[in-house]
Write a protein that binds this ligand. Sequence first.
Ligand code: BGC
Length: 434
Amino acid sequence: MAFDEMKFKDIMGEFSATTEMIREVASNFRKDLQLGLKDVSSSSMRMLKSYVGLPTGKETGEFLALDFGGTNVRVIRYRLEGEGHSKIIRHVAEPLIVAGEYDYVGKGSTAEQMFDFLAKLIDDTIEGDHETKFYLGHTFSFPSSQDDLNNAKLIIWTKEFATSGVEGEVVNDLLTAALKRRGINNVEPVAVINDTVAVLLSAAYKNSDIYVGSIYATGHNTCYLEPSIHDPKGVGNGGMILNLECGNFMKLTPNRFDTAFDLKSEKPGEQRFEKMVSGRYMCELFGMAIAELLDEEGKHYDGLTAVDMSMIISDISENLEKVSEVIESKVGHKLEVDDLKKIRELASAIVIRSARLVTASYVGIIWQRAGDGEIVPQHVAVDGSVYEKMPLVQENIKEALGELLGKDAEKVDTILDNGGSGLGAAIAAAMAVQ
Ligand code: BGC
């Protein structure tokens, strides 16, 4: 079949994000930050206090880091050496779902099962040593309300997690209870942070000029150092990091695919920005648009992922064999080269829109931090598979920074902080006890 040209054009139009559109998003994002700083209930973002500022870079010692928030859980034993240096002493990683074996995140899974699994991984990392004292930093990458660095209550699951008995609970209480059940009394959780905060801490441990940390992966979110907030219960330097939970930013215009997907998602009405930009969701939008092109509206192509989109975009061969392979295996159609080209264009448009919207949110924060003054030279620290591996993302961020910041774009770049969500937890634990 050949795709209907009009329909294709219409769909491509839905995913375009012009300079005017992203400028408006950046400006609305800034306004939402300003509203939230005065009264958080008037912002569409949660803007959660983390009770931590920036590290000095001098934090040292051995700490455990539990990194929980995506499809894999990692527990890492770090040695922080100061001066931005650290070593991994031991690293254990396991998926939260193994098809046909177990699933700790789906409906029907319970808090006890999930946290027992985490306790087991911690036990593996300390190699059954139930004597030596370990302090643990916990990167828990979901919206959580805190009243100090170690107490975080899960507000709501995101990223389609559905384990019962965790929402509304203090996550480190659940963890401590699971450690006790396993006979581990020597591991003490001392800090809970969001993964964006972890990335910011990790990047700031190693470099100067870092005030914004972001995750651009399965999920999406950003935090920044707000210099005006001080709290006696907070630790670290120069104000407090706010976890924006900007996946929930609402002041932007969704297209018809965004709206239709939201309605059938696990949590309709929530995380509207994240559902437009992150890896977990871009492939859903892609699948919905392909279904329209194939006159199969409403059909869901199981197993079509962001990795497939990345393979499709990377295929620059004449016959688009890779694109053809992916579409045949995941969508069940053998298509002509002209249609395959359109599929590749569509995947690119969805990714480019995502990168441009995410950049607009970074610029909103940079404007807000600059106030009436000059934008200071800075790196925005980012971790996550979409940022790291998805073609077109990094160059489109750079381009959009140029469009929005003009000459000031020279002062701003994004840097990859690979593994920051683990290292940041160890740094937070060090900051909590030192
Ligand atoms: C969560 C955030 C997290 C982000 C990236 C979102 O779904 O709400 O807390 O930072 O995913 O992992």
